[in-house]
Design a protein around this ligand. Structure first.
Ligand SMILES: Nc1ncnc2c1ncn2[C@@H]1O[C@H](COP(=O)(O)OP(=O)(O)O)[C@@H](O)[C@H]1O
Ligand SMILES: [Mg+2]
Length: 258
């Protein structure tokens, strides 16, 4: 199997059922290398399920996931992360009790060759890895303006700040492609703008993104192409102008909202 060179990630002909309920059927979408690809669609369309299949949190019944042209359909999520694919997760209740900095340090990948014994001995390599993790975390937190809150518990952050922290946690893994599921949900408009600017800057630095989002301003500002899902199927793909003038897309939204 192979993909075009400008494709970072591909879901190919994905099908997935929950019991007898068809959550995804024949879904083929690509995520552009060095681009920001959008996924939109009414609630229940299967967007988060698709991200779970791509990230390795769920295994599809049919089809394949190709990461940089390699079939990772059977790889666990941490293996996919090692190959550069990561996604954001909401800050869980337990992580909320930890500080902002601790949240990032926990996300830092273990160094190769750093076994349990080395950790117990507290060798120089472990300290070096810790120093590297702290400096990477600090650089990220400074970039998003959260360094002054490094020692605050994560659950003291606003909704928007939590989204920035989630993104920073994903970036600790030094990914090549990041999947964001509703990064603007519950975020005030000013922070949505800042988040959008940060995503665009990261993209300019060579990172690829896939974004599920209901905030159409953010989708219009950042994403090309945009894939539209409805009832577990791919309805259409195109630029924002193309999908927003597509009558089938409008119908799907009206049906989804009713
Ligand atoms: N673990 C699950 N078990 C059963 N049904 C699920 C599960 N996860 C999602 N679904 C169903 O699959 C459909 C798609 O869900 P989801 O991917 O979360 O939609 P979206 O993110 O587009 O709103 C919904 O009808 C949802 O209820
Ligand atoms: Mg969802």
């Amino acid at each position: 199997m192979s993909t075009a060179p400008d494709v970072a990630l591909e879901a190919r002909d994905i099908g997935l059922k929950f019991g007898t309920f068809v959550a995804l059927e024949g879904v083929t979408v690509t995520f552009r290398r060095g681009g920001i690809t959008g996924i939109v669609g009414p609630n229940g369309a299967g967007k988060s399920t698709l991200f779970n299949v791509l990230g390795g949190q769920l295994r599809a019944d049919t089809g394949a996931v190709l990461l940089h042209g390699q079939d990772v359909s059977r790889s666990a999520s941490h293996i996919r992360a090692r190959h550069g694919l990561t996604r954001t997760f909401q800050i869980s209740r337990e992580l909320g009790a930890l500080t902002v900095l601790e949240n990032l340090l926990l996300a830092f990948p273990r160094q190769p060759g750093e076994g349990v014994l080395a950790a117990l001995r507290g060798g120089a390599s472990v300290r070096q890895a810790e120093d590297e993790a702290i400096s990477r975390a600090r650089a990220l937190l400074e970039r998003v303006g959260l360094w002054r809150l490094a020692d605050s518990p994560a659950n003291a952050l606003s909704g928007g700040q939590k989204k920035l922290l989630e993104l920073c946690r994903a970036l600790m893994l030094e990914p090549r492609i990041v999947l964001l599921d509703e990064p603007a949900a519950g975020v005030n408009p000013v922070l949505v703008g800042e988040l959008g600017d940060f995503i665009r800057t990261l993209c300019d630095e060579g990172l690829s993104f896939g974004i599920v989002e209901h905030n159409m301003d953010l989708i219009a500002a950042l994403c090309d192409p945009i894939h539209v899902l409805a009832e577990g199927r791919l309805l259409t793909s195109g630029t924002f102008a193309e999908i927003s003038s597509n009558a089938r897309v409008t119908e799907a939204y009206l049906g989804g909202v009713a």
